[in-house]
Design a protein around this ligand. Structure first.
Ligand SMILES: [Zn+2]
Length: 198
């Protein structure tokens, strides 16, 4: 099938050459003057020798585009689509400085520096808790206390709880009231000091 196709193609090219180029093909673009090129000497012989195999050699035919891409398409491929993917760099206008540490972060996103700080502290606390509890079931409430905080707690507060102590002072940013329960019993007191509100 393919052999027949190549043969017929060869014949077609040959007949085309005979039709349009009576001397068996045009001379090469860089021809020396006064030099007897094989094109001009043996046109008939040359036409007979011509074959598709010679033309292609050891290479292969690649698929090539048949139609030219329009300017719009080319520009879209180069720069992307503004509404979908815009490739050139854009100025970000949603960058804010962190109020706590001063590092820059995107608006509506946690500051990565502060987040990492909390993450590391949490990992340390988890490691400490794991060290203390081991594989025991968690049957009691676990509270984490920093250095010097156990003395502040009353015996009533520590009763029936597992205490995990961190061997370092409490970080400045880690306030105590973060650990307070959100579902607290309403107090009976009518007057509350402003310092007790938090
Ligand atoms: Zn920060």
């Amino acid at each position: 099938m393919s052999k027949n196709l190549i043969l017929s193609l060869t014949n077609f090219v040959r007949s085309l050459e005979r039709l349009f180029l009576p001397y068996g093909g045009h001379p090469p673009a860089l021809a020396l003057a006064g030099f007897q090129h094989e094109h001009s000497t043996s046109s008939n012989k040359r036409a007979q020798e011509f074959s598709l195999k010679e033309l292609i050699g050891d290479g292969m035919l690649w698929a090539v585009p048949k139609h030219r891409r329009s300017v719009e398409k080319r520009l879209n491929r180069k720069f992307g689509y503004p509404e979908y993917v815009w490739k050139p760099l854009k100025v970000k206008r949603n960058i804010r400085s962190c109020q706590t540490c001063g590092h820059d972060h995107e608006l509506g996103v946690l500051c990565p520096f502060c987040y990492n700080k909390v993450l590391k502290e949490t990992e340390q606390m988890q490691a400490k808790i794991q060290e203390k509890l081991g594989l025991d079931p968690v049957d009691k409430e676990v509270i984490v206390l920093y250095e010097g905080e156990k003395a502040e707690q009353t015996a009533e507060q520590l009763q029936g709880k597992r205490i995990v102590e961190m061997k370092k002072p409490r970080p400045m940013w880690f306030t105590k009231n973060l650990l307070q329960k959100s579902t607290q019993q309403q107090s009976e007191a009518k007057e509350v000091k402003p310092s007790d509100l938090a």
